[in-house]
Write a protein that binds this ligand. Sequence first.
Ligand code: CLF
Ligand code: SF4
Length: 520
Amino acid sequence: MDRTAYVRVEQVKPLGDLMQQIAEHKGCGTSGGSGKASCGSSDGPEDMAPEVWEKVKNHPCYSEEAHHHYARMHVAVAPACNIQCNYCNRKYDCANESRPGVVSEKLTPEQAAKKVLAVASTIPQMTVLGIAGPGDALANPQKTFKTFELIAKTAPDIKLCLSTNGLALPDYVDEIAACNVDHVTITVNMVDPEVGQHIYPWIYYKKKRYTGIEAAKILTERQMQGLEMLTARGILTKINSVMIPGINDKHLVEVNKAVKSRGAFLHNIMPLISAPEHGTVFGLNGQRGPTAQELKGLQDACEGEMNMMRHCRQCRADAVGLLGEDRSAEFTTEKIETMDVVYDAESRKAYQELVERERQATVMAKKEEQEHLAKLADAEGISVLVAVATKGHGKVNEHFGHASEFQIYEVNAKGSKFVGHRRVDLYCQGGYGEEDALATVIRAINDCHAVFVAKIGGCPKEDLTRAGIDPVDRYAHQPIEQSAIAYFMEYVGKVRSGEIQHQVRGDASIRQGAVLAPTA
Ligand code: CLF
Ligand code: SF4
């Protein structure tokens, strides 16, 4: 079996026999090759207009629930930028690092179109193509729009997505609409130039360089104008904001109000990623990023009528795969040259219909459990956090030792909610448990009451229990949210019977974003 076929069978396992049949007859086309609402809505069309649901239902960034099932890819066709952010240095490149601005190869539009077909053939649940750098998509308008034009012709079922700092946005809104780009992200870190001057040293606008307050004033005016223009055309707009403690952390509540009033669909507040080795201004001057708890506190404070995105993985500008995984190394230009790409829209559709069935089953399972929860009526104000090891499909399906991140769910009498993720070092390395890694895992999830895993060894189980975190493997391969609600009900039962005492657990001290998200 060639590696591509193997990968496909692994992917389809959770979807049962029918999917396996599709995989085995290579329905998705590639052979050969050598390599590897809350946000939007989780509950379907009833809580939003049908036309909006059509746009978000299989976009992994615009729908939290969709991100368990659908993948996105970025093509790095936009190297130049028209502003400078103090958290960005695109000269730094590392194949193993996942953060925005980082790419292994820059592509021409033609190379990008070829790559999209190769990925679409191999990963049938890849539904969205985004241009998110490594510079700014609209500072490279010819390359960006040429890429969209080529993809719209060859792979019309793929949604087009674009990320920008917004400086050039008002000039291109008509072209964006003409290309049927339904999703645009603007990175808005301030609406007050006094704040902005500490984030942006300069901008380049109308063939002139501006600095300080003047630069930030132009930038914020252009961003807000662009957002209003997109809203007027019915294009869904997500706002990304980088949380920079001591600079814009308190101000982001104002940003949230400003973008909400101008029709933004979703707000994604991301932690600053800042390390001296990245060579950024913030990295070099010791500016810290927020802790997990500081980030969650700000996201909670902004959550009102506007959806907050909490599942962003701050992807590379050439990321490929489900959010949280990066398969870009499987699709280098060199590897694509040797792949026999056959793009089969019908097989992709068939696969996605099966994904949709599995997704609906997960949603139904959550609803059923939620009905039981309703009977619990009063849970004495109890709220628990659970960390989940998962490799997708909305299931508890990853071994503790193989988890490179944990998804965090908050459960209380109202139901369960995805509230974030924590990246960790792998515990299992070369077949052995790594004690140092275990300490970092425990620190990363030390505000959680339980950790759900598909499997876990005796040693980590003991250490987790000692740290007050309940290691739970009885929900292996079960839907996450259904399991989280079931666990919560059991927990409340034990508290009521006096078997255990409810603990309000301490804050996770882990610095979020150890490995930052400028654009996307
Ligand atoms: Fe890419 Fe961005 Fe489109 Fe998504 S990413 S251009 S909206 S397809 Fe998504 Fe990645 Fe976060 Fe961006 S997880 S960094 S929000
Ligand atoms: Fe440009 Fe994005 Fe880097 Fe800022 S983060 S300098 S907008 S590429």
